[in-house]
Design a protein around this ligand. Structure first.
Ligand code: SAM
Ligand code: SF4
Length: 435
């Protein structure tokens, strides 16, 4: 039996899909990239914006025909939209076999076992089947849920309050991923740097993960500005295995909007924080999330966002059109017409894309250590994706010179050893010596 997974939404969902995949594999199923070969179809949904939910629902609708083509096929719907709309889903799509909301992902193992309908006494059943994940860059979930209540956001409702995994569990997961071939670990949580367990805080966890044998690179997502403490910054700056790149959502450059969104920092505090991090880690990349068209956002507020993007020169940014989520505090506020939101989205994208292009262009001719992930694709420590020309194998770390930066994915050629000092720009001065 084979299963196919379709994932919508953020990295948290990708990590959840990986975890559910491991449970299915432990039940004897193999993963396939071809839906026609699959007996189990898993759709992991997102509800952060209406658009993501709509796409998942039309996909589920199409699965009625997929299921009817072969007897015994199963459809499983999981994730945030499943949590929010469980009853609606069961009514509208009665052919769905199992709905598992985001709050119950950790119970998926038991649920999957029942779904697949194999007895525990079955002699074929081998719970010790190791996962066959062989990715070079892997996610490890360190916490679930969110204790914030940003007024636009549905996440705390569908994922619940924060629950932290223990340090032992996390280090165990990291070791498992390394054993399977991972070299880069990204720690995941909605406000990942608010992590606490017993006496341990996020900085302790970062240090412990970076010390695991076989881990060459550590990243984390999504951090919250409030928890980017001096200790976390110092740990990032001093631990060579932690990459000098951060995706730190700001949401708006207007203090009025930040207050209306219930983000507990000001523009000035965020700008100061960005300066402190760049000072501690010269050459680090900084990226962000921004929402445009939040209810009440005046042209002046919007201009503040544009000016902050110019001031901070983000290396890249995701710009989201505000989407009303029922049940959130902002859902009671009057919404802007879609045309205005679209227009601001376009204007914001133009500024972000121009700056990102300027920054990428400056990389041409510089040299970087990249970790090969798959099929000639690698990543710099600063988190740029690079297409490599040459013969390379996943898991290898090599030095490349950037030859082209027209597109979001850079192009690079392998350096053959004739490296001179100008090829060592400041951006990766903390290269970890290889044993
Ligand atoms: N926990 C992270 C944080 O606080 O920065 C973000 C998690 S959220 C899944 C990812 C991004 O989606 C947010 O940073 C925000 O920009 C965007 N987002 C969340 N709710 C939204 C909404 N109702 N409309 C538009 N964008 C939204
Ligand atoms: Fe949503 Fe805010 Fe929690 Fe992030 S911190 S998941 S934006 S409520």
């Amino acid at each position: 039996m084979k299963f196919y997974v379709r994932t919508y939404g953020c990295q948290m969902n990708v990590a959840d899909s990986n975890e559910m995949g491991r449970h299915l594999k432990a039940n004897g199923l193999a993963e396939t990239q071809d839906p026609d070969e699959a007996s189990v179809m898993l759709v992991n949904t997102c509800t952060v914006r209406q658009h993501a939910e709509d796409r998942a629902f039309s996909e589920i609708g199409r699965l009625k025909r997929w299921k009817a083509k072969l007897p015994g096929r199963k459809v499983v719907v999981t994730g945030c939209a499943a949590e929010r709309t469980k009853e609606y889903l069961e009514d509208r799509f009665p052919f769905v076999d199992l709905v598992v909301g985001a709050k119950s992902i950790e119970d998926f193992g038991q649920l999957a076992q029942r779904l697949i309908d194999r007895r525990e006494t079955d002699e074929e059943l081998d719970y010790a089947i190791p996962s066959t994940d062989d990715k070079v860059a892997e996610f490890v979930t360190i916490m679930r849920g969110c204790n914030y209540s940003c007024t636009y956001c549905i996440v705390p409702y569908v994922r619940g309050r924060e629950i932290y995994h223990s340090m032992d569990q996390i280090l165990g997961d990291v070791c498992d991923r390394v054993r399977e071939g991972a070299r880069e670990i990204t720690l995941l949580g909605q406000t990942v740097n608010s992590y606490r367990h017993g006496q341990y805080r996020f900085a302790d966890l970062l240090q412990a993960v970076a010390a695991v044998d076989g881990v060459e690179r550590v990243r984390f997502i999504s951090p919250h500005p409030y928890y980017m403490t001096d200790r976390v910054i110092e740990t990032m700056a001093s631990e060579p295995r932690i990459c000098e790149s951060l995706h730190l959502p700001v949401q708006s450059g207007s203090n009025t909007m930040l207050k209306a969104m219930a983000r507990n920092y000001t523009r000035e505090q965020y700008v100061k924080l960005a300066g402190k991090m760049r000072e501690a880690m010269p050459g680090m990349t900084l990226s962000t999330d921004i929402i445009v068209g939040f209810p009440g956002e005046t042209e002046e507020d919007f201009q503040q966002t544009l000016s902050m993007i110019e001031e901070l020169q983000f290396d890249w940014a995701f710009i989201f059109k505000y989407s009303t989520r029922q049940g959130t505090p902002a859902a009671n506020l009057e919404c802007f017409p879609q045309a205005l939101i679209e227009a601001r989205h376009q204007r914001c994208l133009e500024v972000v894309d121009r700056i990102a292009f300027e920054k990428r262009s400056k990389l041409v001719g510089t040299c970087h250590d990249v970790l090969i992930e798959e099929n000639n694709f690698a990543r710099t420590r600063s988190n740029y994706k690079v297409h490599i020309h040459g013969d390379v194998a996943p898991g290898e770390e090599i030095r490349v010179r950037i030859t082209n930066a027209q597109r979001a994915t850079l192009e690079g050629e392998i350096q053959n050893g004739d490296i001179t000092s100008e090829n060592f720009p400041h951006q990766d001065h903390r290269r970890v010596p290889r044993a």
